[in-house]
Design a protein around this ligand. Structure first.
Ligand SMILES: NC(=O)c1ccc[n+]([C@@H]2O[C@H](COP(=O)([O-])OP(=O)(O)OC[C@H]3O[C@@H](n4cnc5c(N)ncnc54)[C@H](O)[C@@H]3O)[C@@H](O)[C@H]2O)c1
Ligand SMILES: [Zn+2]
Ligand SMILES: [Zn+2]
Length: 370
């Protein structure tokens, strides 16, 4: 069957809308009609070449939709199910899934290659085989994906909001709740208030942090952070230091969660200086794989027992945490409607990313037409 999709052919070039051919689902695979897709910064990294991926690639890794067909051996979902896609699949049986670390499931090894198990490419087109970002490619009307990327959700959940729980919400929320291990009464700094950082703010507030200090150069981002749980907001880490010192009587923050669009050594350094003894610095934002963006005084780290932790998908387990977060949305404890700034058609995907890069959006969402 045919599908319209947003493709990156060459790093640095505009994303192209192309009609591609989608093959039928094979063993363990499903056909999904994507209804919504979120515009996350990680797709920009592919389009800009900051993250090297196999090209051509259909972009989009935050997605929700309805299962239209299932291949042989599919047991996790059935036709008609509403699903939120997880940008990391989980096989359920590798060493990492088995011990409760689904976000580093071995099956996720090919998320930047974009093919399904067995080097299978369900999408073909004028330039041969097309990969799909995170084995999903949600900037496409339809997708053939593995069942292990699907999390069934209740039929009455609005998928136009639930779509954000495929990446942005668990990644930010989990960075606070899981990786930074935020506890009641703590002081938490969040640097970079986009679709990820705003959810780190929500997660830190929900976990009981007394002070949640949001840092972003943009006023609209700081306002949104204050609306959704931040207690203070500053344009830069430098400007925040005096308040962090005063609020903690010089002990400094318990954790700093770093969620900027592009991670730099300056940002890592600022996060490191914002936390005190025993403090945890969480690295969520990305940059080129070979970029040496951590330059820190190791002896200070040792003597102050500071920790640096990488966080993927907020260290969440998609099968349990996606439904958990959606439950918190239904109870009003996590806000999703408020963090969607604008919607776009698939044709407007470049405009959506221009808006993201100009800092207009907390999160933009593509609404698919069929
Ligand atoms: N680790 C993971 O699992 C994971 C998952 C998804 C996205 N990401 C990465 O997280 C990062 C954020 O993604 P997003 O979609 O929220 O991006 P975004 O572009 O929506 O938001 C980034 C924000 O950072 C702010 N910013 C830029 N420089 C800053 C600085 N020096 N100090 C403070 N704030 C600064 C920008 O103004 C913007 O508001 C990206 O690098 C993305 O690739 C990681
Ligand atoms: Zn993402
Ligand atoms: Zn696994």
């Amino acid at each position: 069957m045919k599908t319209q999709a947003a493709v990156v052919y060459e790093p640095g070039k505009r994303i192209e809308i192309e009609e591609l051919e989608l093959s039928k689902p094979q063993e363990g695979e499903v056909l999904i009609r994507y209804t919504y897709a979120g515009l996350c910064h990680s797709d920009v990294h592919i389009a800009h070449g900051d993250l090297e991926a196999r090209l051509p690639m259909v972009l989009g890794h935050e997605g929700a939709g309805i299962i239209e067909e299932v291949g042989p051996g599919v047991s996790r979902v059935k036709v008609g199910d509403h699903v939120v896609c997880s940008f990391i699949p989980n096989c359920g049986s590798c060493r990492y899934c088995a011990n409760g670390q689904q976000s580093i499931c071995d099956m996720g090894a090919t998320i930047l290659e974009g093919y399904l198990p067995g080097e299978r490419f369900p999408i073909t087109g004028p330039r041969g085989q097309y990969g799909a970002m995170c084995m999903l490619g949600t900037f496409s009307q339809w997708g053939v994906i593995h069942q292990n990327s699907c999390v069934k959700v209740d039929d009455d959940l609005p998928l136009d909001k639930a779509v954000l729980v495929g990446c942005g919400v668990p990644t930010g929320w989990g960075a606070a709740v899981n990786t930074a291990e935020v506890k009641a009464g703590q002081t938490v700094v969040v640097m970079g208030i986009g679709g990820i950082g705003i959810n780190a703010v929500q997660g830190a507030a929900l976990a009981g942090a007394k002070n949640v200090i949001a840092i972003d150069p943009l006023a609209n981002k700081r306002e949104k952070a204050m609306e959704l749980g931040a207690t203070h907001a500053f344009e830069s880490a430098d400007l925040a230091m005096e308040t962090i010192t005063n609020l903690t009587r010089g002990q400094m923050a318990d954790s700093a969660i770093l969620t900027p669009g592009l991670m730099t050594s300056e940002i890592v350094g600022a996060g490191f200086n914002a936390v005190g003894k025993g403090g945890i610095v969480v690295l969520t934002g990305l940059n080129k794989l070979e970029e040496m963006n951590i330059q820190l005084p190791g002896s200070v780290m040792t003597l102050y027992r500071k920790q640096l932790r990488g966080s993927l998908f907020g260290d969440c387990n998609p099968t349990t945490d996606i439904p958990r977060i959606l439950g918190l949305y239904q109870s009003g404890d996590i806000k999703l409607d408020e963090i969607i700034t604008r919607t776009y058609s698939l044709d407007q995907v470049n405009e959506g990313y221009d808006d993201l890069l100009e800092g207009k959006n907390v999160r933009g969402v593509v609404v698919h037409q069929h």
